[in-house]
Design a protein around this ligand. Structure first.
Ligand code: AMP
Length: 326
């Protein structure tokens, strides 16, 4: 798919001497895996080019993936910038991105801001890493793909698809995962980093389970306020992860986490669903994303209430026509 665009991207990579790779703010496993993995592939393939991975923020829980580069404004002169997994320019985690000579966007979110000179956007993909794996497979004769690079890319495929469980996972997803596994992906160590938990996290989870609220029509929600974050000494990322604790409640086809974001003075909203889309709710509240996984920002308790009410109404409507909504 999009063979011509991929060819164009490869031609640009070959033409430039300096390439800067970046991802979205508040990175997740897909953003980190795709950029770390692609950077690694480019460095191994083109040892004489200057390949930099430059982002303004990082995620503590993914620090095991290793460090990144610093770049001066001068590095952007005549450089090619590749932004991966980043739907809009507002979300690019690189304040200097516009200084680059050209931009390539590689993304799997619904297209809302084609900010690249080349835009390779495939919103049917379960992760941006799936696209990077596809790129690597397409050009496997030209590119050097190490075990380490394959492991990073596999990480994003695993995390963004909920271990190959979410909507968007296809036969092609698994074929691309298989392609990576053949490079010797170190999944034992990867999964140990991703999915073991500190004992105090488990204590927190038991508290979380006791505080989930469920609306009349079944929307599950949880508010990780400042007090809760302090009580359990949670990093912001830890607090944000609570959304995953509500994904298996029967009848709660929509679940929402609200997280006080002290640093920004607002409330981060993470919406998830099965069978029905919640992206429109996110869009109405300064956000967006995918049909069944979207993010938004609330600026007051009233806005939190409004989001819960909108989700409840949506789920109520859905249940009217879908009797056995599990
Ligand atoms: P999150 O709950 O923040 O992980 O978001 C779920 C999905 O929605 C991710 O794919 C995000 O990239 C996307 N998303 C989150 N916030 C926004 C936003 N403000 N605008 C557009 N997309 C977003």
């Amino acid at each position: 798919m999009n063979e011509a665009i991929k060819q164009q991207i490869l031609a640009k990579i070959e033409a430039y001497e300096t390439i800067i790779v970046c991802r979205h703010i508040r990175p997740d496993g897909d953003a980190v895996g795709s950029t770390m993995g692609f950077t690694r592939v480019l460095r191994d393939t083109y040892p004489d080019k200057k390949i930099l991975l430059v982002n303004d923020d990082y995620a503590e829980y993914l620090a095991f993936c290793g460090g990144e580069d610093a770049a001066s404004e001068k590095d952007y002169d005549g450089a090619l910038l590749i932004a991966i997994d980043t739907g809009t320019r507002k979300r690019i985690s690189n304040k200097n991105y516009a200084l680059a000579k050209e931009i390539i966007k590689i993304d799997h979110h619904i297209e809302a801001d084609p900010y690249g000179d080349v835009n390779w956007v495939e919103d049917f993909r379960s992760s941006a890493c799936e696209m990077i794996a596809d790129f690597c497979r397409t050009f496997q004769e030209q590119l050097k793909i190490s075990r380490e690079a394959a492991t990073y890319i596999y990480m994003g495929m695993v995390t963004d698809s909920g271990r190959f469980r979410f909507e968007g996972v296809t036969g092609e997803t698994l074929r691309l995962a298989a392609f990576l596994l053949d490079f010797g992906v170190d999944y034992e160590s990867l999964f140990a980093h991703l999915y073991t938990e500190k004992p105090e996290t488990l204590q927190f989870k038991s508290y979380v389970y006791g505080h989930i609220q469920i609306t009349k029509n079944g929307v599950a929600y949880l508010y990780a306020d400042k007090a809760m974050q302090e009580k359990f000494a949670l990093s912001f990322e830890d607090a944000c992860a609570i959304v995953g604790e509500m994904d298996s409640i029967r009848g709660s086809l929509i679940w929402v986490a609200f997280i006080d974001n002290e640093a920004e003075g607002n409330i981060r909203v993470r919406l998830r669903s099965r069978f029905l889309g919640i992206n429109d709710i996110a869009k109405r509240h300064h956000g967006g994303g995918h049909d069944m996984a979207a993010g938004a920002t609330a600026f007051s308790k009233e806005e939190v209430r409004a989001i819960i009410d909108e989700a409840d109404a949506l789920l109520g409507e859905y249940k009217k026509t879908h009797g056995d909504a599990i």
